[in-house]
Design a protein around this ligand. Structure first.
Ligand code: HAM
Length: 410
């Protein structure tokens, strides 16, 4: 038997309905904040991702050559594609641009719960504005979207200038290595590495810095930074909104394009793969042939949100089933058409079994049975049976429709 590729999933209708419900809530919040949906290709030229996405991502990419010998990659994320699209099509649009996407990404990772080779991101990019207020908007939006999904989470916010200020004397290659340890929260590895280089003082201050939880302690270690006022402004805006967050100077982010504020959100009931969102301030447009453009955004790991919610069952929709005798079939088809036109989910029996057998099957799946025989056909009526209460009544078609549409979902 053929199987699906490792790290991919099939979704049955119960799961798809739950996913669509949550996706819908995310879209609705984004819409209310003025963000509009965009769409980019599933694959791009490989260069788009090798320019600035970072080692981690490059090693995990699905890369292939097309028939013309051009190197291509399935998108591992959407920030680079969205900024490529901005340079190609959006440069002249009035700024700031508020865009969102819901799309699948591909990374050749070791699969486990919450980590897949094909997964979906719900992301936003705010392009063309460089301010603490813009960063605060993106964080507030992330908080509101995740709240709408019903999961519990904690927001961690940092700024790359903080760690960078301690690394200014160190060559870029070593800085990268240190950021990778920080991104993986591998403090033992970090400390072994720094000790092996003879950088014990740096090790102490880095570890102290990453455990700071307020700005005074942070600046006591880093000293005055050019970014100090901007960082202070961001946190004071967030404080006025009352959004709960943790200052976390150790956030390094695995992608290489970030330039300033960075943030990550963790779900409270997940195991190791508990990061449900990553984002921050970055610059990419100038690398793709556009003008240097400030941007800020995030992506939510949609599948991790669904794991954090657990299986809550699909949202209930009222369902009507049509049971009929052979001489009522024409009228039954007309009734089904009218019910569907009224927006009611309506299933037509295809088994051609006896009325009793049809009703017994419907009692397991439907909320209402519409029983149609010769008498109903001759009088243009329907017999509507409420399968929960057992109450049965003979009604005109409009009466039956209003009875069903007026009922509450279970
Ligand atoms: P990222 O942190 O690489 O950032 O991915 C964002 C989120 O996607 C992660 O926090 C995680 O929830 C989810 N994710 C990543 N890999 C997997 C996987 N293999 N299986 C399931 N979920 C996964 C970005 O992609 C940036 N483009 C975010 C961004 C947008 N920054 C600015 N704008």
């Amino acid at each position: 038997m053929l199987q699906k590729p490792r790290g991919t999933r099939d979704f049955l209708p119960d799961e798809m309905e739950q996913r669509r419900e949550i996706e819908g809530r995310m879209r609705e919040v984004a819409r209310r904040w003025g963000y509009r949906e965009i769409c980019t290709p599933e694959f791009e030229e490989l260069d788009l991702f090798t320019i600035r996405s970072g080692e981690g991502i490059i090693q995990e990419m699905y890369v292939f050559e097309d028939k013309g010998g051009r190197p291509m990659a399935l998108r591992p994320e959407l920030t680079a594609p969205v900024l490529r699209m901005y340079v190609n099509e959006g440069k002249t649009l009035p700024k700031p641009l508020r865009w969102y996407y819901f799309a699948d990404c591909f990374r050749y990772e070791r699969p486990q719960k919450g980590r897949y080779r094909q997964f979906w991101q719900f992301g936003v990019e705010l392009i063309g504005v460089d301010s603490a207020l813009a960063e605060a908007e993106v964080i507030m939006l992330a908080e509101e979207i995740l709240s709408s999904t019903g999961i519990s989470f904690s927001i961690h916010i940092g700024h790359l200038a903080l760690v960078r200020s301690l690394l200014s004397e160190i060559p870029e290659q070593e800085q990268k290595r240190i950021r990778m340890f920080l991104d993986k929260k591998n403090f033992d590895g970090l400390s072994d590495y720094l000790t092996s280089k003879g950088w014990d003082d740096l090790c102490t201050s880095l570890i102290q810095l990453t455990s700071c939880r307020n700005l005074n302690d942070v600046f006591a270690i880093t000293g005055d930074l050019p970014e100090k006022a901007r960082i202070g402004e961001l946190f004071s805006i967030l404080d006025t909104t009352g959004i709960p967050y943790t200052l976390d100077p150790g956030i390094a982010r695995g992608l290489d394009y970030y330039t300033g504020m960075v943030f990550e959100i963790f779900a409270q009931n997940l195991g190791t793969e508990n990061q449900v969102l990553g984002g921050g301030t970055y610059r990419l447009a100038h690398l793709f042939g556009g003008e240097d453009t400030p941007s800020c955004g995030f992506a939510i790991g949609f599948d991790r949100v669904m794991v954090a919610r657990g299986d809550q069952g699909p949202p209930h929709q009222i369902m009507a089933g049509i049971a009929y005798t052979p001489d009522g079939r024409d009228w039954a088809l007309a009734v089904a058409r009218e019910f569907r036109a009224a927006g009611i989910r309506t299933e037509f029996d295809l088994s051609e079994r006896s009325l009793t057998q049809q009703l017994s099957r419907l009692s397991k799946s439907a909320d209402y049975a519409l029983i149609i025989g010769k008498r109903e056909k001759e009088n243009s009526l329907v017999t509507l049976k409420n399968l929960r209460s057992g109450i049965q009544q003979e009604l005109t078609l409009p009466e039956a429709i209003s009875e069903v549409t007026g009922s509450e979902p279970r």
